[in-house]
Design a protein around this ligand. Structure first.
Ligand code: SF4
Ligand code: SF4
Length: 290
C-alpha cells in the first residue's frame, strides 16, 4: 500500500470527484420530479489524528469510532497510524424547491423532502461507496464508516441514540459547520442538508475550522435570540433545553403512513425545523466568521 504524499492535489481530485458524481444523473428526486435531489456539495477534510475524534467518545458515545479504529476494523491486515489517515466529508444541500415546499408544511414533510430523504440518501450511500472505491483504486485504501457492515446504532441512557459514526460530527471536524439548538449542523449552505464521509489512508491538508465553539453558528446560543426552530417543530421536540430525540423519533415514525398513502412510496422524514428558519440556507446574519 502506497502512503499518500500527494496532499493538496489528491484533496482537489477527491473534491472534484464528489462534485462530478453530484452533477450526474444518479442525483435525482425521482417520481414526477425531473430534478436533482441535492444542490452543489461542499467538501472538507480533517486529519485522522485530530484530537476531536477521540473527544467524540465522550461527546457522541464511547462506541463512536476514531478514524484509525474503523480503518483497522476494515483493513485488519494493515492498520494505519492515526496521522496516516484523513477524513473527507461532504454536505449535500437541499434544493431551493425542496426547501420552499417544506417551508409551507406545518405537520408532515413535503413530498420533495420525503424523496430527498429516501432516494437522495440512497444516492448518498452510492456516493460514499463510489468515493471509497475510487480512492482505493487509486492506491489509497478507504472506507465509508456509515455504510460499513460493522456500523451500528446504539440505545444509550446518556445519549438516547448514538452510533459508531456520526456524519455530522465528521463534518464538524472537517470545518463544515456547527450545531444548532435543534441538533442539526448549520453549514455555510445552511442546515437543510445531509452529510456523508469516508476515511482514507492519505495525508490530506485539513480544512480551516473557522470556529472554536460547537454552537458558533446558532443565534440562540451565540446571541440568545431566534428559537425559530422551536416554533417549527409540530410535536414540541425542540425547547430552550435542546432537542428531544425520543419525541422527534416518535413523530418520524408517524410520518411513514403519510409518505406511503399520500406520496406512494415507503419512507419517512420531517425536517420542518430545517426549513423556514434563519439557519435554513446559510450561517445566520451576523454569525459568519464567528
Ligand atoms: S432556527 Fe435559530 S435557534 Fe434554531 S438552530 Fe437555527 S439559528 Fe439556532
Ligand atoms: S425533525 Fe421534525 S419532529 Fe424532529 S425536531 Fe425537527 S421538526 Fe421536530
Amino acid at each position: 500500500m502506497m502512503l499518500a504524499r500527494e496532499g493538496a492535489p489528491l484533496a482537489e481530485w477527491v473534491a472534484d470527484l464528489i462534485r462530478r458524481i453530484c452533477a450526474g444523473p444518479e442525483n435525482a428526486l425521482g417520481g414526477a420530479f425531473d430534478e436533482p435531489a441535492w444542490g452543489t456539495p461542499l467538501v472538507g477534510f480533517a486529519r485522522g489524528d485530530d484530537p476531536l475524534f477521540v473527544a467524540y467518545k465522550e461527546h457522541v458515545g464511547p462506541e463512536h469510532w476514531t478514524p484509525a479504529e474503523i480503518y483497522a476494523l476494515t483493513y485488519p491486515d494493515a492498520p494505519a497510524e492515526p496521522a496516516e489517515l484523513s477524513v473527507v466529508s461532504w454536505v449535500l444541500p437541499q434544493t431551493g424547491a425542496t426547501k420552499a415546499d417544506n417551508r409551507r408544511e406545518a405537520l408532515y414533510l413535503a413530498e420533495r423532502w420525503a424523496r430527498s430523504r429516501v432516494f437522495g440518501e440512497i444516492f448518498n450511500e452510492g456516493l460514499r461507496r463510489q468515493v471509497a472505491e475510487a480512492l482505493t483504486a487509486r492506491g489509497y485504501r478507504a472506507v465509508a464508516p456509515a455504510i460499513s457492515p460493522l456500523f451500528k446504532t446504539v440505545d444509550s441512557e446518556r445519549f438516547v441514540f448514538s452510533s459508531t459514526w456520526s456524519e455530522r460530527h465528521a463534518a464538524y471536524a472537517c470545518g463544515l459547520g456547527t450545531f444548532g439548538l435543534s441538533d442539526g449542523l448549520i453549514t455555510p449552505v445552511g442546515k437543510a442538508m445531509r452529510v456523508g464521509s469516508v476515511v482514507v489512508r492519505a495525508e490530506l491538508p485539513p480544512s480551516p475550522r473557522p470556529y472554536t465553539d460547537h454552537h458558533a453558528y446558532c443565534l440562540f446560543y451565540a446571541k440568545g435570540t431566534c428559537g425559530e426552530c422551536i416554533k417549527r417543530c409540530p410535536v414540541g421536540a425542540i425547547t430552550e433545553a435542546g432537542h428531544d430525540k425520543r419525541l422527534c423519533r416518535v413523530h418520524l415514525d408517524r410520518t411513514r403512513p403519510h409518505v406511503r398513502d399520500v406520496y406512494g412510496f415507503a419512507g419517512y422524514g420531517c425536517g420542518l425545523c430545517q426549513a423556514g428558519v434563519p439557519c435554513e440556507s446559510g450561517i445566520p446574519e451576523g454569525l459568519q466568521g464567528s
